[in-house]
Ligand binder design. Structure first.
Ligand SMILES: [Zn+2]
Ligand SMILES: [Zn+2]
Length: 144
């Protein structure tokens, strides 16, 4: 982990007006170690780490952290929600249809919204949700 991008999770929580608790720290750590993880997997990782934590507690922590902007929730069609801690930009995702692996892809133009609608119909647009679906290199290699 590089020094300059590392921010202490304790500091991060306090900065967002949240008390520092073991479940919150465990969830933050799980998500930063494994970005784009589902709530169920985060629950398993957190439980392995701190033991006494309920599934509902993990869901509550995820909701609170997402609400405060510490985590970003990604909800791809036909998939459980995934969570990541890369929240400071407008990046998008590539998803493999075969193995569900999800990786980051930088925004096409770098700004929010990344796509200027050809016709905005008078809407004030603040976000463009872009998901690239396909097959990852491993799945392509496995089939060919
Ligand atoms: Zn794949
Ligand atoms: Zn991402």
């Amino acid at each position: 982990m590089s020094e300059e991008t590392f921010v202490d999770n304790d500091v991060l929580l306090r900065r967002h007006g949240l008390h520092v608790t073991a479940p919150r720290l465990a969830v933050l750590r799980a998500v930063s170690d494994r970005p784009h993880t589902t709530a169920d997997d985060i629950y398993k990782i957190a439980r392995a780490e701190i033991g006494a934590i309920s599934r509902q507690a993990v869901y509550d922590v995820l909701a609170a952290l997402t609400d405060k902007g510490l985590l970003r929730r990604i909800q791809p069609a036909g998939s459980p929600a995934r969570y990541e801690n890369r929240v400071g930009d407008n990046h998008h995702h590539l998803i493999c249809r075969t193995c569900n692996r999800m990786v980051d892809v930088d925004c096409a133009v770098g700004d929010t919204p990344c796509l200027t609608a050809a016709d905005d119909s008078g809407y004030e647009i603040d976000e463009a949700e872009v998901v690239y679906w396909g097959r990852c290199p491993e799945c392509v290699a496995a089939i060919s």
